[in-house]
Design a protein. Structure first.
Lengths: 349, 274
């Protein structure tokens, strides 16, 4: 869908980083991070706030110089050949980097001119992107009046003006409502189907799983796990069936009844009288079996449901602690998510 | 194109852009950003209030409310004394827009995006200052027109009159470089909104802008007489109304050169580091 630029003299991965290190004063933001993304693939960097995701993106997009290690984008060193890297990349950061006083069209046309496209081409490219990102109708209104989702789409469009080979999206859906978030996912999926190499950061396992070929989990500036969404979910134990036992005195009975259905011991939150069982990918079957098992011993429940594993589950499994500092613990789309005791303790607000 | 090895990664070497092409593209970037900044300014009513309505209110306030109580010894009376001062003060206050705009762009990630693009690093600041210069010219001409309506007259011929306006604009741009640094260093629109203007109050009011310095207590005179706003205003007054040019000209030139020499590198550094 996009005309590809070419990157002469390089046949390796689109992004490679080796032992990247960066400190800000006493804070070691990155402590030897390795990354590799093959051309045309999507890598999600998953981690809570303060894990080092943004620092890594800023180094790869030439905004920061690493203290140690090195990184190549399409074979170009991000420090020594920063200008050459800038020719090939697009960046959309955590906030919509657009000028609110200007219209959507003006924003994109100015980006085109700043990429030296020439007036006619800048105009044509802006019109094309507005159409594609469903902004054609609002194109000539000031961006101030756009919804959050529209502003982020405009921002994403702005990062694509020069048809980048490699795209960096830093938390592309943070702050969006569930509907806009799913809309953004569709846009990103369509984009990568055209062959753009994408590195995105996110705090949401579900988002990483939906969009990425591979996921790298980072915590305190280090990679703590890497693999496909499926392998990560398998390590965590997949979906979780949860329910609250109405009569607290029967918590143990309930645990006994559902025990055989769970991969590993069921988790019991004594304060909330909430039981959780890991059911792998058996999802709705496991849900039905849980209902039957509880019914058979006459236990009443509330809020019985199934939810996907969240970043908190990932961190609980991989590090033994929750996702510290993860801003809000809510999952994207707000689907099937219930706050857990562990999540509440872990989020150091 | 050659390859160099370091560690296990072999990077592609890219020859740097030739200087001529770099300069041409840099100028183009600067003009595009100037155009953008002017467009934003024209769309933003609050900038208009700062740049035009506020100075016009100052003209009317000092001309008709305070002016009668202030005794000055210049041809044409207080309104002639007032206008060079108002023009310099307005030029200084107009720099507030520079600080706010840069802080906002910093906060919103616009500057980050620019820095990730193949664009001259100096273009954002130079484009901003060019747009601000245009803005200053428009503002100062409007204030002059209002001044004429309430009795101000140039007494020293057309060439010094033009020079006075030019000096006002250059002074305004100098203060804009200070504001650019303030905006880029503070990086937060709200804080800039609260603090970005405060330092300008003592600088413009404890000066010869509205009252003769001789009416102030002695300890304050030492500051008021020697600070840049007073030297620039004294020079502007001499240009507008006739009077000795030499000493104030040198002092003004020294102050302005000093401000540019200190704050342009500071602003550039703040922009690079972010």
């Amino acid at each position: 869908m996009l005309d590809r630029k070419t990157s002469p003299g390089w046949s390796g991965p689109a992004i490679v980083a080796e032992r990247l290190e960066k400190s800000f004063g006493d804070v070691r933001a990155l402590r030897g991070v390795d990354l590799s993304v093959e051309r045309g693939r999507v890598l999600a960097v998953l981690g809570p706030n303060g894990a080092g995701k943004t620092t890594a993106v800023r180094i790869l997009t030439t905004l920061l110089t690493p203290d140690g290690g090195r990184a190549l984008v399409e074979g170009r060193d991000v420090v020594r050949s920063a200008e050459a890297v800038r020719e090939l990349i697009g960046l959309a950061g955590q906030s919509a980097a657009i000028v609110e006083e200007l219209t959507g069209r003006e924003n994109l046309e100015i980006m085109g001119r700043l990429y030296h496209l020439g007036n006619d081409q800048a105009r044509a490219r802006a019109a094309e992107l507005l159409e594609r990102f469903d902004l054609a109708e609002a194109a000539d209104r000031p961006a101030k009046g756009y919804s959050g989702g529209m502003q982020r789409r405009l921002d994403l469009a702005a990062s694509l003006v020069a048809r980048p080979l490699v795209l960096f999206l830093d938390e592309p859906t943070t702050g969006l409502d569930p509907r806009s978030r799913i809309g953004m996912w569709d846009v990103i999926r369509e984009l990568v189907s055209g062959g753009t190499t994408l590195l995105l950061t996110t705090q949401y396992l579900e988002e990483a799983d939906e969009l990425a070929d591979e996921i790298v989990v980072i915590d305190h500036g280090q990679v703590i796990a890497a693999g496909t969404g499926q392998t990560l979910k398998n390590r965590i134990g997949g979906d979780v069936v949860e329910f609250v036992v109405v009569d607290r005195s029967r918590l143990d009975d309930a645990r006994g009844a559902v025990g055989p259905l769970s991969d590993g011991e069921p988790t019991v939150d004594l304060d909330g009288a909430r039981i959780g069982i890991r059911v792998g990918d058996r999802g709705s079957d496991a849900l039905v079996q849980t209902v039957r098992a509880l019914d058979a011993v006459g236990i009443q429940t509330e809020g019985l449901g199934i939810r996907r594993p969240s970043l908190d589950d990932v961190f609980l499994t991989l590090t033994g602690h929750g996702a510290e500092g993860s801003g809000d613990g809510s999952a994207p789309g707000g689907r099937r998510r219930r706050p857990r005791a562990a999540a509440a303790e872990g989020s150091g607000r | 194109m050659t390859a160099t090895t370091s560690g296990s990664l072999v990077a592609v070497e890219v020859p740097p852009t030739p200087a001529g092409r770099r300069l041409r593209l840099g100028l183009l970037d600067m003009l595009n950003l100037t155009r953008r900044d002017v467009l934003v300014w024209a769309r933003n009513p609050s900038f208009l209030v700062f740049a035009v309505i506020q100075p016009v209110m100052f003209v009317l306030l000092f001309r008709f409310v305070f002016g009668g109580a202030i005794n000055v010894d210049v041809p044409g009376g207080y309104v002639n004394y007032l206008m060079p001062g108002i023009i310099a003060q307005s030029a200084a206050f107009a720099s507030f827009g520079t600080a706010i705009a840069l802080a906002r762009q910093m906060q919103r990630g616009v500057i980050d995006r620019f820095r990730s693009m193949p664009m001259a690093r100096s273009a954002v600041l130079l484009g901003r200052l060019t747009a601000d210069t245009l803005r200053l010219v428009v503002t100062l001409l409007i204030i002059l027109a209002v001044g004429y309506a309430v009795g101000f007259r140039f007494e020293n011929g057309p060439v010094p009159a033009v020079l006075m306006v030019v000096l006002g604009v250059v002074f305004g741009v100098a203060i804009c470089t200070v504001s650019a640094y303030v905006g880029l260093a503070i990086k937060d629109e709200e804080s800039v909104g609260s603090f970005g203007l405060i330092w300008l109050f003592p600088l413009t009011f404890v000066s010869a802008a509205f009252v003769p310095v001789g009416s102030m207590p002695g300890w304050l005179q030492a500051f008021a007489k020697n600070q840049p706003v007073t030297t620039v205003i004294d020079e502007m007054r001499s240009l507008a109304l006739g009077g000795p040019l030499g000493l104030h000209a040198w002092q003004s030139a020294a102050w302005l050169a000093g401000i540019f020499a200190v704050f342009v590198p500071l602003a550039v550094r703040a922009y690079r580091r972010v």
